[in-house]
Design a protein around this ligand. Structure first.
Ligand code: NAD
Ligand code: ZN
Length: 357
């Protein structure tokens, strides 16, 4: 088979590889029918995630068909169409018992495209299959479902739920990439007074408006002033960091109101300064998190009911073997207007409803 292999920061190739095989009785092999690229994959290519060993197939989001199951797999069988979650879960450890699958101590957690070979390939081995893949209803198309592997549960759990968005809140989302846009969309499920998006790319701010942000601010101008003006000088009830840079995290700590919540979603590769000398007196709650994907079944039901703007994310589609081109387009989003690139879906099946970005 072929897959997209990380060799070193800045070096990766679509290349021939041995087919994956069942290694443990709880494994399945999935034929990848649709796969996407995550901002986190770009972090890996930059060298921000040093645990990724040279030779690892990247990717942690896919939709495909089960082609083989280990002898202990109970919930899926060959021929089933499934969503491959970015998080695998043993289901037995203390964390899994609490639904905190991202922290699984039994061999799960974020392993695909991180600690073991991932989904940007023709086939992928998924360990602990019973809790790590989700059978898909026929009503959810591949290019919609693949967005529920990572960005929707991430934005919803680590951003919106950790940030405790409530009706009437002012919610600021810093970073209007796919994760930030999914945070805007899922924050709106809670009836906030307004959502404000901050980004430095005009195309992303335009997308934020289309996903429902009432106000947008260019990060290069004065987002702090805009947020102060909108909130009577107080700051936002909830601030969601969806970039992963020291300066954006630090901006978030300056625009959250006393008693507010700052939910960090971004993957950080460098240390940020925590200004405790300003924050200690402000009763601010700061949360961090790796997505658990405990919300995936809920999000799948919502997608099947047409309640999530999944298709709006898909700006570009490619055949699976155009992986490098897809990375180039996704990695240059400010110029290409890419939100999510989906590989493996026949071109004619996707009608972008997002032509302006
Ligand atoms: P992305 O790179 O597509 O989007 C980041 C956005 O931030 C872009 O729109 C970019 O223009 C904007 N940006 C860059 N610098 C900025 C600045 N100085 N000020 C304001 N905006 C700026 O990434 P994404 O796929 O949307 O993911 C967002 C973050 O979430 C990434 O760090 C990703 O690794 C992380 N992530 C975390 C988890 C988790 O479990 N915690 C899971 C998935 C992704
Ligand atoms: Zn576990």
């Amino acid at each position: 088979m072929k897959g997209y292999v990380f060799h070193a920061p800045g070096q990766s190739t679509w290349q021939e590889l041995p087919d994956p095989a069942i290694e443990d009785p709880t494994d399945v092999i999935v034929r990848v029918d649709a796969v996407t690229i995550c901002g986190t994959d770009l972090h890996i290519l930059k060298g921000d995630v040093p645990e990724v060993r040279p030779g690892t197939v990247l990717g942690h989001e896919a939709v495909g068909e089960i082609v083989e199951t280990g002898t202990d797999v109970r919930t899926v069988r060959p021929g089933d169409r499934v969503l491959v979650s970015c998080i695998s879960a043993c289901g037995r450890c203390g964390y899994c018992r609490e639904g905190m699958y991202g922290q699984c101590r039994g061999g799960g957690g974020w392993i695909l495209g991180h600690l073991i070979d991932g989904t940007q390939a023709e086939y992928v081995r998924v360990p602990h299959a019973d809790l790590s893949v989700h059978p898909l209803p026929g009503t959810v198309a591949n290019e919609d479902a693949v967005l529920l592997a990572d960005i929707f549960p991430t934005a919803y759990e680590v951003g919106v739920l950790n940030g405790r968005v409530r009706p009437g809140d002012t919610v600021v989302v810093v970073g209007a990439g796919p994760v930030g846009l999914a945070a805007i969309a899922t924050a709106r499920l809670f009836g906030p007074e307004r959502v404000v998006a901050v980004d430095r790319a005009a195309s992303r701010l335009q997308a934020a408006k289309e996903f429902g942000a009432e106000a947008v601010a260019d990060a290069g101008e004065d987002p702090e002033q805009l947020i102060a003006d909108l909130t009577g000088g107080l700051g936002a009830d909830v601030v969601i960091e969806a970039v992963g840079l020291p300066e954006t995290f630090e901006l978030c700590t300056r625009v959250v109101r006393p008693g507010g919540h700052l939910a960090n979603v971004g993957v950080h590769g460098a240390s940020a300064t925590l200004h405790l000398e300003d924050l200690w007196i402000r009763n601010v709650t700061i949360t961090t998190g790796l997505v658990d994907t405990h919300s995936t079944p809920t999000l799948l039901r919502m997608a099947a009911a047409g309640r999530l703007p999944t298709r709006q994310f898909v700006t570009h589609t490619f055949p699976l073997d155009h992986m490098q081109e897809a990375y180039d387009v996704f990695g240059n989003a400010a110029e290409t207007g890419a939100l999510k690139v989906v590989l493996g879906v026949p071109q004619h099946e996707v009608v972008p409803v997002h032509p302006t970005v």
